[in-house]
Design a protein around this ligand. Structure first.
Ligand code: ZN
Length: 205
């Protein structure tokens, strides 16, 4: 990138480290940023740094939030006795967009994938088990809906979670979303009607 000079070369290189950004996109973005008003660029940079410094996992459901607890966990309008287990915060957002779910969530922040070297301890599973045990005293959880994707990893993670929950010997119903979600499909990319149908048609494990 020497032909651009160090300043722009470094910017292109930094942008290229982002997922889905190849050299051409990085160049396009870099030139666009340089042509933008300085104030606007500063605002983008500031929001990136702010998010990186302040966003962390919700103490309760492990989704990304900038408070101690996320707005969904903090809401008294939500049914805290139903927990939907999803793979990531994007899937949570997809279910929220359907407007058809009023329970709370648990975000695994991944799926178990032996191929990629992701084991049960690498996702937020301990936190789910702890949560179910802690709730058992005061406000017991009545149902856990496992909404991991229908990929091989998603399915085996679902089975693993169901087995772990059963071992707690709590009166919790364990359900799995219906297969309306296409096999191998990313939940994030499924339309709202299909998602809502998958949720309504869930079956007990
Ligand atoms: Zn939360």
């Amino acid at each position: 990138m020497d032909y651009y000079g160090a300043g722009i070369g470094k910017l292109i290189e930094s942008l290229q480290s982002l997922p889905g950004i190849g050299v051409k996109s990085a160049q396009r973005l870099a030139f666009h940023l340089i042509s933008m008003p300085e104030e606007q660029v500063r605002s983008i940079a500031d929001s990136m740094v702010y998010a990186r410094e302040n966003v962390h996992f919700c103490r309760e459901c492990q989704t990304l939030t900038d408070g101690d607890i996320c707005p969904i966990c903090a809401s008294s309008k939500r049914d805290h006795s139903v927990i939907m287990v999803v793979e990531n915060s994007r899937d949570l957002a997809a279910y929220e967009r359907t407007g058809g779910y009023d329970g709370v969530y648990h975000v695994l922040q991944g799926v178990i994938s032996p191929l990629l070297g992701v084991g049960p301890n690498d996702i937020r599973l301990k936190e789910l088990m702890q949560r179910l045990q802690d709730a058992a005293g005061e406000t017991p959880v009545k149902e856990v809906i496992i909404a991991t994707s229908s990929t091989v990893e998603g399915e085996s993670t679902a089975m693993y979670i169901a087995r772990l929950i059963r071992m707690l010997e709590l009166p919790v119903k364990i359900t799995r979303i219906a297969s309306g979600v296409p096999v191998g499909g990313d939940i994030e990319n499924v339309d709202e009607v299909t998602l809502e149908r998958a949720l309504k048609g869930r079956t007990e494990l």
